[in-house]
Design a protein around this ligand. Structure first.
Ligand code: ADP
Length: 736
């Protein structure tokens, strides 16, 4: 080998090696790049793997959660299913146990479900089960005689029942099944178009209702019988009481010594007390039966209050209680109400006030509190200085049979009915009874009524005293009473001097030179007869007027020779005025008398007044004749209606007093027969009855009687009836 070839060979080898080295480097480089790529890729891949694993973990977690939830849901579903099953079971059982029938019909009127009670009526009709149409159910009811249809035909009934369902609100209806069961059908439409039918068994309710109606009828009949019994009993009791009270009244008018007089007065007052109790019970039973009727008529309110106070004056005086009336100066006296009931209310309140007061006074006030289109608004109060009523009893006392004191410790008599009756009357008159009271200080009962004005306003009272009586000395130790009288005197333009005891009165009498002296009989520090005598000397020519609470004592004082007039306490203003101006009253009489006598029958008073009295009870006849014995009359008596009619024909009386209940022919029939006679058409006939029921009064007036007097008869009432109804002129002493 040549060197050159060797060199060449070396060079070639070197070149080859270099090439190989370069290739190796290139490969190395490529490998590195690839490695780097691979590494990056591996990193990316591993990141992806990590991310995917994380996602997988999350998904796995979700899956696990979902699986848990799924398990829960399926468990819940199971529970819900079993609860729903239980609820359905319960509902079904509940519906089944209902005593009432229950059914649901769908909107196509097909039965969806019905309980046993509903289906029980259709036991013989197996086709009545879910799926049956409502129309078919009705047809079975009608045509198979399940329901008692009465007069209605089957077709009519089915049609009516079907059309009933068309209404928006289906009205309940009662059905009576042929087996005696009655039901009330109540149907309701539901939102989805179904309707629910509830069939309520009302057999027992109807039976109960029928029993109630029957019981009510029996109760009404019993009330009716009770009222009739009470009316009869009151008649039976009043008839002998007529004898007792009337005879005692007559007896007291005869000359008696003090002891005998007190016996006669006790008989009379006990009789009156007994009558008051009977009246209370009768009234209460009338009110209980809702039969209290008011008979409004014109009346004089001031006079009515005055009459009540007069009636109770004796018991007030016995307890040394001052009775005072304060009648509002500007309050009209002629109003319209039921005077008997107004009197009854006041009698109860004033009677209680006296009963529950040991000392002090009872003051009745009547105050006008304005007018309305209906009339006068009047407030009346009865104030006392008595024992008072504990606050806790204040509402109870108006209830029936309620009394503050316990029976065992009772000091006061009474039935406990008075206030209950009073409250009912006041309520019926449109008012409200109230009470204010302080224990140990006193009570005040009051009420306000709206009373129409009477068309006849009565005679206006003089506003001033006659000129010769302008100076008045008023002697009374009762502050309130003195104040009220003095106030009234002053409004009559009088010069008033007041004295609170006898010595002062004598001193003032000498100074003031009065022409009228009003002396309170109950002055505590003076002997009245002595004071009257001294005043007569001291004010010569003056008119002495004794304001008296005891007529007997007043008359005894007269025996000592002193001249004085008497006015019952509290006095009516008009009585005082007519005492001062008697001529005015006489003139009135003189003017009226001839006018009355223009009646041709009475022009020549050649005969006495002819009175016919029909009464079967002997004692009553005796009482009647004695009560009229002071009058110049021609009295005829008949023992029953038939005899009265015969006597009427013979005697043609001027006035007839007719008992209502008599044997053979009662008073009403006798009146009708008398009215049928030409001479009996206009004769005044006054009924005498113990029956105080409104129907009785109506029957009496319907029979043609003009007026009515209740038994027991009172002399004053009998005389008033004669004055009001007998032809005038016969008894001038009675003519107004
Ligand atoms: P009674 O027949 O007992 O008087 P009332 O119904 O008239 O029946 O009265 C019921 C009760 O109210 C009385 O028993 C009494 O306790 C109480 N009472 C009524 N009025 C008064 C009064 N003016 N003062 C105190 N208590 C009274």
């Amino acid at each position: 080998m040549t060197p050159s070839s060797f060199t060449e060979k070396l060079i070639r080898e070197r070149r080859a090696r270099l090439r190989a080295e370069r290739l190796y480097e290139q490969v190395q480089r490529d490998l590195r790049i690839m490695n780097a790529h691979l590494r990056e890729h591996a990193i990316t891949l591993s990141e992806q793997v990590i991310a995917q694993r994380e996602e997988l973990d999350i998904v796995r977690g979700h899956a696990e959660t979902l699986q848990g939830m799924n398990t829960q849901v399926s468990q819940d579903l199971q529970v819900a299913h079993s609860e729903a099953d239980l609820a359905t079971l319960r509902l079904r059982e509940a519906v089944e146990t209902l005593a009432d029938g229950f059914a649901v019909f769908d909107k196509d009127q097909k039965l969806v479900l019905a309980n046993r009670a509903y289906l029980s009526v259709f036991r013989d009709f197996p086709e009545v089960q879910p799926g049956i149409r409502y129309l078919r159910v009705l047809e079975i009811c009608a045509y198979e005689g399940v329901v008692a249809l009465g007069e209605t035909t089957c077709d009519e009934w089915v049609a009516a029942m079907m059309s009933r369902l068309q209404a928006h609100d289906i009205t309940p209806m009662d059905l009576h099944f042929s087996n005696g069961v009655s039901v009330r059908l109540m149907d309701r439409r539901v939102a989805n178009g179904d309707y629910v039918s509830l069939v309520h068994n009302i057999t027992e309710t109807l039976r109960y209702q029928a029993q109630l109606i029957e019981a009510q009828k029996r109760a009404e009949a019993a009330v009716e019988a009770k009222s009739a019994f009470l009316a009869n009993m009151s008649h039976e009791i009043r008839t002998p009481m007529n004898g007792v009270v009337g005879m005692a009244e007559l007896l007291a008018e005869t000359s008696l010594d003090a002891e005998q007089r007190s016996y006669a007065e006790t008989i009379s007052s006990s009789g009156q007390a007994l009558l008051a109790i009977i009246n209370d019970i009768l009234d209460f039973s009338k009110m209980d039966a809702g039969r209290l009727e008011l008979i409004p008529q014109p009346f004089d309110l001031e006079k009515t209050i005055h009459d009540v106070l007069n009636l109770l004056a004796t018991s007030a005086r016995a307890q040394r209680i001052e009775l005072i009336l304060d009648y509002d100066l500007f309050l009209p006296t002629h109003l319209v109400a039921d005077p008997g009931r107004v009197r009854q209310v006041l009698t109860n309140l004033v009677g209680n006030a006296i009963k529950f007061t040991e000392s002090g006074y009872v003051l009745v006030r009547a105050v006008g509190v304005g007018t309305t289109a209906e009339g006068q608004v009047v407030t009346m109060t009865v104030e006392d200085t008595g024992i008072g009523i504990p606050p806790e009893y204040r509402d109870d006392i108006f209830a029936e049979f309620s009394q503050v004191e316990q029976k065992a410790t009772r000091r006061y008599e009474g039935t406990g009915l008075g206030l209950a009756i009073t409250r009912r009357i006041v309520t019926q008159m449109g008012g409200k009874l109230w009470v204010e009271s302080e224990l140990g200080v006193g009570s005040c009962f009051g009420f306000t009524l709206e009373l129409p004005f009477a068309t006849d306003q009565g005679q206006a009272e003089a506003l001033s005293l006659p000129p010769e009586y302008k100076s008045v000395l008023l002697v009374s130790d009762h502050l309130i009473s003195r104040d009220i009288i003095a106030r009234r005197l002053k409004t009559c333009a009088a010069k008033v001097t007041t004295a609170s005891n006898a010595p002062i009165s004598l001193r003032l009498a000498a100074q003031a030179r009065p022409n009228v002296v009003l002396i309170d009989q109950d002055l505590s520090d003076a002997k009245i007869s002595d004071l009257l005598a001294e005043l007569q000397t001291c004010c010569a020519g003056a008119k002495l007027v004794l304001l008296c609470s005891s007529l007997i004592e007043a008359q005894a004082a007269r025996a000592s020779g002193t001249a004085f007039d008497i006015l019952p306490k509290p006095f009516l203003w008009r009585d005082f005025l007519s005492l001062l101006a008697p001529e005015a009253a006489n003139t009135k009489l003189a003017i009226t008398a001839p006018a009355l006598c223009s009646d041709p029958d009475t022009l020549t008073l050649t005969r006495k007044l002819r009175v016919l009295y029909a009464e079967d009870n002997k004692t009553n006849r005796l009482v009647f004749s004695k009560m009229l014995s002071a009058l110049e009359i021609d009295l005829h008596m008949a023992e029953n209606g038939r005899i009265a009619v015969e006597m009427f024909k013979k005697t043609v009386p001027d006035i007839v007093f007719m008992d209502v209940s008599m044997p053979e022919m009662d008073g009403r029939t006798a009146t009708r027969e008398i009215r049928a006679m030409p001479e009996g058409a206009h004769v005044p006939i006054v009924a005498l009855t113990a029956h105080a029921l409104k129907e009785e009064i109506d029957r009496i007036l319907d029979a043609g009687m003009n007026a009515m007097l209740t038994k027991p008869l009172k002399k004053s009432e009998l005389w008033t009836a004669l004055r009001d109804h007998a032809p005038p002129g016969f008894l001038p002493s009675l003519d107004r």
